[in-house]
Design a protein around this ligand. Structure first.
Ligand SMILES: Cc1ncc(COP(=O)(O)O)c(C=O)c1O
Length: 475
């Protein structure tokens, strides 16, 4: 019998657990154990694409020919990596591998990541001295987590009761729903991400106005570059959002926690959008609009399997009287976050923390960045070509969400013409093209996500041609 048959509210098939339900294991499960399930959406489509597709746009990992980003590299197609990573693999001392790393992570790695966060701010050392000093002082020492996923989980667990709501855009990474709704049992207040092809800041604030009726805090999560759309806000949009947040704060006077999923932080391909994480602008605010930066080596240094991420909390001057209190506060926060690590993963993989630390050593970092830039350039070319081709498509039934970075682009399909799941199925069967459909009409989503991170440049025209042909079949 087909194990996947029911549909959840996102239109994804879910397991019925028909056999498991009749075992004593199931009757002993906790409420969580009974409730939790892994929706098959992405895995189902990427599994099918692996078998059926000639052109696979389902994989959210950067792939390329080695020769395209390493001088003298091979013509093998594989995951992009920073060449120097290889150099460390054999050279690590046994003491840096086999022993436990401390619960909150290797202290030297935490210090290096903090320096790295400061570097990523792009503040000018000569003219923005005050901002740099504020950033250094009023942020915690990053705690090491098992990838960005674990940092998201940790912070959602820290802030959300089952009666609380977190505000998220309708187009979001599906795993947020696993963590927030299915695991923690909290609520999601969704807003439409775009209005008239622009960031729907009004929709976001409206969602905050709904949530504040029932709770004395706002918890919001933002992710730029976004999965599944690739959206990155322009500087003006960030400025507008910040003005509206300040206005909201002054009217309601309740803290606003903003979890910032920076998983795709360095992958920005357009000069017309903000070049740095929104974390930095929010961190400088005096109001209790509190940013929490969630980032990691997984995508940033192309070491997905290394599972090293970080959570860093922005603090406010007014919370403490002096330096001593500031240090105590940082330790107190560290204790809370460490407690979540200790009671879930205990501590993170020592080996990959050591590799990350070596990559971030001052004498290595500029070379590493040069090498990573080559990979970014490979992706940027694909971004330019796929956007140009989609623009030329000129189909009134298809719109492309604004995008400027990350690994994906999102095509909205007119639901009166085609449903996304049917379209993805047709694309795969008839045209051997794999994409991830996202279909949730209640949330006003009906479209396909294309991971151009894993489609080579010269295959993109054929990829789009086949999509164009497939669309014609529905007219
Ligand atoms: C938006 C977003 N956040 C976080 C992650 C998870 O990153 P990590 O591999 O570091 O857990 C992903 C991975 O696909 C993602 O798309």
């Amino acid at each position: 019998m087909e194990p996947f048959s029911k549909e959840d509210t996102k239109g994804l098939s879910i397991m019925e657990f028909n056999i498991l339900k009749n075992t004593p294991l199931y009757s002993c499960f906790s409420e969580l154990g009974k409730k939790i399930y892994l929706p098959e959406g992405i895995f189902f489509w990427s599994g099918r694409a692996k078998k059926e597709a000639e052109l696979n746009g389902t994989i959210g990992v950067a792939y390329s020919y080695e020769k395209d980003y390493i001088n003298g590299g091979s013509t093998d197609w594989g995951p992009c990596y920073v060449e120097d990573v290889k150099n460390f693999f054999q050279k690590i001392d046994v003491n840096d591998i086999v022993t436990y790393a401390s619960i909150s992570g290797l202290s030297e790695l935490r210090e290096r990541w903090k320096k790295w966060i400061i570097k990523k701010s792009l503040y000018n050392e000569a003219t923005e001295h005050e901002k740099i000093s504020n950033l250094k002082r009023y942020t915690t020492n990053p705690i090491v987590t098992a990838g960005v996923t674990n940092a998201i989980f940790m912070n959602c667990a820290l802030f959300l009761n089952t009666t609380d709501s977190i505000i998220l855009p309708n187009k979001r990474w599906g795993n947020y729903d696993n963590i927030i709704s299915r695991f923690l049992g909290a609520n999601i207040q969704s807003f439409e991400f775009f209005h008239d092809g622009k960031f729907n800041i009004k929709g976001l604030i409206d969602a905050m106005n709904i949530v504040i009726q029932n709770q004395n805090k706002i918890i919001l999560m933002l992710c730029f570059p976004n999965n599944p759309t690739g959206f990155v806000p322009k500087k003006e949009e960030i400025a507008e959002l910040i003005e509206k947040l300040k206005d909201f704060y002054s009217k309601n006077n309740y803290p606003i926690i903003i979890l910032i999923d920076d998983a795709y932080e360095p992958y920005i391909f357009s000069r017309h959008v903000s070049q740095r994480s929104i974390f930095y602008d929010i961190q400088q605010l005096e109001e209790n609009i509190i940013p929490i930066k969630l980032d990691g080596i997984t995508k940033e240094l192309l070491m997905y399997g290394g599972r090293v991420g970080f959570a860093t909390i922005g603090l406010k001057k007014e919370w403490v009287q002096n330096d001593q209190e500031l240090e105590i506060l940082k330790n107190e926060i560290d204790n809370k976050l460490s407690a979540i690590n200790r009671s879930t993963i205990s501590n993170c993989n020592h080996y990959y923390q050591t590799v990350a630390m070596k990559l971030l050593e001052d004498h290595n970092i500029s070379e590493i960045m040069k090498k990573r830039d080559k990979i970014i350039q490979v992706l940027q070319k694909r971004y330019e070509v796929i956007n140009a081709l989609l623009k030329d498509m000129n189909d009134p039934n298809v719109t492309v969400d604004p995008n400027a970075g990350g690994f994906f682009i999102f095509l909205n399909l007119d639901p009166n013409l085609i449903l996304a799941n049917d379209f993805a199925d047709h694309l795969l069967r008839q045209y051997k093209v794999g994409v991830i459909p996202i279909q949730n009409l209640k949330e006003k989503i009906n479209g396909i996500r294309i991971a151009y991170s894993s489609i080579n440049l010269d295959a993109i025209p054929e990829f789009i041609k086949r999509i164009t042909l497939a669309l014609k079949d529905f007219k």
